[in-house]
Write a protein that binds this ligand. Structure first.
Ligand code: AMP
Length: 224
């Protein structure tokens, strides 16, 4: 099964992705996380991408598109859930074309709908686990609150160290990312609408203001 997920930064898209990955045994591919791995590993791609990411700008398509398509190809057998890509109409068109060429079918599009202000507040409270990208932690949500150990907040799943993303604490960078997301002309909402209009793939739209369990139940009840 191949799934595309959409939702503004802060909508809980990553958390829901981790739940779906676990339930269906498919690969969870996050374009932002691939970039962060490259930056951590000091690769050429990471060096090129870093300045864009720190500012909250999109990394140019000539870097992003081949990187994501190569990763998808590796998960062809297992199936995948793609998160963070496409973020623009141009990326949606490139993905659609590449999937057809590779003989891969897109089975579902999941859209998490959330008000911009709520999304912003949520972003600022999230924490990243050093051990596993799929361990959601958030200081404002009881269900995924980090735990305290030796006076420090650590990952509630594995006790790993927690950090914040620089671009999550910078209001200007958050606003930029949301401007891109809510832009229905050429931005991410235009990509969502592209798949809605295309008609070939079922689009599951859910209310992201509900709690984590409610949102995952709404999504899973629409999946096979
Ligand atoms: P995310 O973890 O999804 O919030 O992504 C973090 C950052 O990585 C974004 O703000 C962009 O700078 C970059 N990025 C992630 N996905 C894409 C994409 N599909 N196209 C361009 N840049 C991206």
């Amino acid at each position: 099964m191949n799934i595309l997920t959409f939702g503004p930064n802060g909508s809980g898209k990553g958390t829901q992705g981790a739940i779906i990955k676990e339930k269906y045994g498919i690969d969870h591919i996050e374009s932002g996380a691939i970039f962060r791995e490259h930056i951590k590993g000091g690769t050429e791609l990471g060096k090129k991408a870093k300045a864009f990411i720190d500012r909250g700008d999109l990394v140019p398509d000539d870097i992003t598109i081949p990187m994501v398509l190569e990763t998808l190809g590796k998960s062809k057998e297992k199936g995948w859930l793609l998160d963070g890509f496409p973020r623009s109409l141009a990326q949606a068109e490139a993905l659609d074309k590449a999937l057809k060429e590779a003989g891969m079918k897109l089975d579902f599009v999941v859209e998490i709908v959330l008000d911009r202000q709520i999304a912003k507040e949520r972003i600022m409270g999230r924490r990243l686990c050093a051990n596993d990208n799929n361990h959601p932690n958030h200081i404002a949500f009881e269900a995924i609150k980090p735990v305290e150990k030796d006076g420090k907040l650590v990952c509630r799943v594995c006790g790993g160290a927690l950090s914040t993303r620089a671009d999550d604490q910078d209001e200007e960078a958050i606003n930029k990312r949301h401007n891109i997301y809510y832009d229905d002309n050429t931005g991410t909402m235009a990509a969502v609408n592209y798949f809605k209009k295309n008609g070939g793939t079922k689009v599951i739209s859910v209310d992201g203001s509900k709690n984590i369990k409610e949102v995952s139940e709404l999504i899973i009840k629409e999946l096979p």
